[in-house]
Design a protein. Structure first.
Length: 264
């Protein structure tokens, strides 16, 4: 479905942020992209969504294809229209609008019936949003705002949903709920590219993963296999409990797959 082939990206024509990055998201799959701050994860998303120039960056080599279409000459709006939708880091909901209004904005490109059906699907996935449909977004908790951000993206009817750090700043029990939602969305047929620092959560949700270090893919494979590698154990999951040293990604303190189960 999504293919990045030997993609290199520079900022300001000087700083190279990505060095020949290749990754694939097969149709119907959930794939994780792991890496520390500054590894290049967000730049990967910008390269896919055609959002590089706004940040002073450009693709200098390689190709990005979605459903067999080269995205090189595709605008950001066309990318979304083709079914490639991103939930940005930091949620970025419309705080002064209600939950219902945020969802309606997300479904503006769709017909009335399709948008109404999508909205009911979102409320089915997020019952808490249904309870708060008339409440302003800025009055929601952090977890509820993340749910709304994902729900608004789902209103566009994505074939591939790209999630940028959905667990960032959330309490562990809420992270568990977000993980369960990602599993549900994927199980219902939407492909997912999950960008995360929380490796334990990401590997528990995704079927496969890539590890990005300093703009290069250093590891890739099935999630279960990566969990057993020494690099992932020591740097990303924590070998003997507690947080690992600065510069590593891990937040988890156990090697056991994290179920993410918690009260709704």
């Amino acid at each position: 479905m999504l293919e990045m082939e030997d993609v290199s990206v520079t900022y300001g024509g000087v700083l190279t942020a990505l060095h020949g990055v290749s990754l694939t998201v097969p149709e119907g799959s959930c794939v994780a992209l792991l890496g520390a701050n500054g590894a290049g994860k967000t730049t990967v998303l910008r390269a896919i969504s055609r959002n590089l120039s706004r940040h002073g960056a450009r693709l200098t080599d390689g190709r990005v294809r979605f459903d067999g279409i080269d995205l090189a000459r595709t605008s950001m709006s066309e990318v979304v229209a083709r079914g490639l939708v991103q939930v940005p880091e930091g949620r970025r909901i419309l705080g002064r609008l209600s939950v219902e209004e945020n969802l309606r904005v997300g479904g503006m490109r769709r017909g009335r019936k399709a948008a109404a059906a999508a909205r009911e699907r979102v409320y089915g996935i997020f019952p808490r949003l249904a309870e708060r449909r008339h409440q302003q977004g800025l009055l929601l908790s952090g977890g509820e705002q993340q749910m709304l951000a994902i729900g608004r993206a789902m209103m566009a009817g994505p074939k591939l949903l790209m999630l940028d750090e959905p667990s960032l700043g959330l309490a562990p029990i809420i992270v568990g709920q977000v993980a369960d939602v990602i599993r549900q969305i994927n199980a219902e047929g939407t492909s997912v590219l999950l960008i995360e620092q929380n490796a334990a959560m990401a590997l528990s949700v995704a079927s496969s993963a890539y590890v990005l270090e300093l703009g290069r893919v250093s590891l890739s494979g099935a999630s279960g296999e990566l969990t057993e590698t020494d690099t992932i154990r020591h740097l990303y999951l924590g070998h003997s409990g507690g947080e690992v040293s600065a510069g590593s990604v891990a937040f988890a303190t156990t090697l056991q797959p994290w179920s993410g189960n918690g009260p709704s």
